[in-house]
Every structure is written in structure tokens, then in C-alpha cells.
Ligand binder design. Structure first.
Ligand code: FES
Length: 108
């Protein structure tokens, strides 16, 4: 074996290591993009409402609801938590199918 043979073997090792490193990088990127359950990659439901609060909560007394109350479930209403019909635009733009929560008294 001469000096040229060692050099050739070194090139093959460098190529093999480069290929393995590239495959590992592609595998890692695919894992983080498609399989990882990290919080950072999940979509948020609430895009605008009270973002400075750790949790958005509304409470109403049943006696104050009147005959009918319509509450937003799409988080796009300008009058949140009351539905203002913004879910229609959201559904048209996204293909979603969300609608309001309607609470009403039974008709006697
Ligand atoms: S505006 Fe959100 S459900 Fe109607």
C-alpha cells in the first residue's frame, strides 16, 4: 500500500461521514417538523383577545342571560365573548366550520 492508497481511503471516510451527517441532519429536521410534539409548532386558537392574560375566562349569571345569548367559539369576534358573525369570514377563509354557542330558554 502506498501513500496514494491512504489518501484515497481518507477521502472515502470523509465522504461517508459527510453522507451520514447529512442524513442525520435531514432526519432531525424531518422529525422536528413533522413528528415533534413541541408547544412551539402548534397553532394558537386565540390570536388577539387579552393576550396579556395567562387564561381568558368569562363567567355570566344565568339570571342575566335573558331569553337568548350567543357566544363566540371561533375567537375572531370583535365583541368577544359575544358572537358578532366573524365566524362566517373565518370559515370562508380557512374552510373551518366553527359557529357560536347559543343559549336560550325553552319555548313554553
Ligand atoms: S364570531 Fe366567533 S363564533 Fe361567531
Amino acid at each position: 500500500m502506498g501513500l496514494g492508497s491512504n489518501s484515497s481511503m481518507r477521502v472515502e471516510w470523509v465522504a461517508a461521514i459527510s453522507l451520514a451527517a447529512g442524513a442525520a441532519a435531514v432526519g432531525y429536521l424531518a422529525y422536528t417538523r413533522f413528528l415533534s410534539k413541541d408547544k412551539c409548532c402548534k397553532a394558537m386558537v386565540n390570536l388577539h383577545i387579552q393576550k396579556d392574560n395567562p387564561k381568558v375566562v368569562h363567567a355570566f349569571d344565568m339570571e342575566d342571560l335573558g331569553e337568548k345569548a350567543v357566544y363566540c367559539r371561533c375567537w375572531r369576534s370583535k365583541k368577544f365573548p359575544v358572537c358578532d358573525g366573524s365566524h362566517t369570514k373565518h370559515n370562508d377563509e380557512t374552510g373551518d366550520n366553527v359557529g357560536p354557542l347559543i343559549i336560550k330558554r325553552k319555548e313554553a
